[in-house]
Write a protein that binds this ligand. Sequence first.
Ligand SMILES: Cc1ncc(COP(=O)(O)O)c(C=O)c1O
Length: 478
Amino acid sequence: MPAASPTLPDRSQLDAWDRRHAWHPFTQSAETALYPPLQIQSGEGPWLFDIEGRKYFDGNSSLWTNVHGHRDPDLDAALRAQIEQVAHATWLGLSHPLAATLAAKLAQLGGPKLTRVFFTDNGSCAVEVALKLSRQFWQLTGQPDKREIVGFTGGYHGDTLGAMAAGDGEAFHGRFADWFLPTHHVPAPHCRELAGKFLVADSAASLRDLRELLGSRSKHIAAVILEPSVQGAAGMQHQPPGFVADVAALCHEHGVHLILDEVFVAFGRLGKMVVSRSEGVTPDFLCVGKGLTGGYLPLAATLTSDEIHDAFRGTFEQGRTFYHGHTFTANPLACAVALASIEKLEPLVASGTLEKRIAAFGKIFAENFSGHPQVSAPRQRGFTAAIDLVADAPNLKPYPASARIALQVCLEARRRGVILRPLGDSLLLVPPPCCEESDFRFLGENARAAVDTVVNRSGGPHLRFADFASSNNPHPIN
Ligand SMILES: Cc1ncc(COP(=O)(O)O)c(C=O)c1O
């Protein structure tokens, strides 16, 4: 007999505890206190259900992680099978069958040079490991002056100290800048793709600046770090085809490591297993996370080469060991679900199923947002899309920051049964790759209706949180 679920307190008690005791990430609690919290209880496919049984489309794939949908039967079965064995056993000095198998699988996916896999629990730590491995590699190989990092404008690599330094998010991380590692940022390319068409594709300035910087400082530079193809947290900013290969060639020419941060883009998000491989590039370090477990459990990995790994070998007293690790590294439950997710995803990529779904998503997204008078720069690549909300699109006139325009649209979308997250005045649409055309239509039409409702509100789009009571959601569970 399965154990009965614990009886939950009622909604008002949960909300009260949440407001009194919880501290949500990236969230201004003075603001969230003004509208009703949403307590998600369950999920099915691309849908989530709140504790009162209302149904919401998961339009941000549960923070860009979900691949096959919620409660996928195969992933659930893999988890159940592993829980019959063991939930956790340390990976420090011990191994277990699923992590060893997953390491071999990731090495196969990463390409011939990326043979070594270092597990962590989240994307920030996967990046942190790549940075530290790069730094220590140069120390161990007689080039201790190589300690600087090069990132790209708008880059985001996580919220730990090294990852913050490598990223370029003044609004997120500026307060901590005086604690950062020495970092340079070169401009990201100007590129925008929509429904398979390029509207802008210019990486000349970006490559020129990178070439100049590496030409003058490569003796001091350990690594260049890049989110290949799409910079997610910059608001879905694209790179032209060939850009990643050009960056890789410059790194190679100047003897600098290349770290590709695929925490967001790998495992189906752009229709491929691993983006760098589809771009014909093998980095020195490849970071993956998020979709690695299909969005089920926290697991991340940093892949690297034998050449880098072997520089750390030696007797214990030589002190070459890499002293980094996390308690739940390579957790067996997470590895089980990652293996099941990869096994399910590979045929979807190989058969072109994901490409077809991406084409449907791009078409529906463009139909809903191209030419909208309050939408600037609609863009889409893979299962990622974004718009910038502006008061007047032809003149790029912004809304006042106090209008919190994208937050308002998200709250209106929630009322219509779609969960989205704002990013400044941008609205990001990141549906799970398991979606079909009807799901994209539901997402596109309701996101568009939410934009229309907010921008056409009488008296202007002023912040009126009371309008967004989630109880108005017209999509009750049936
Ligand atoms: C490209 C990229 N790298 C790293 C991270 C950090 O991952 P995590 O939130 O799992 O630490 C993110 C998170 O959004 C990301 O998009």
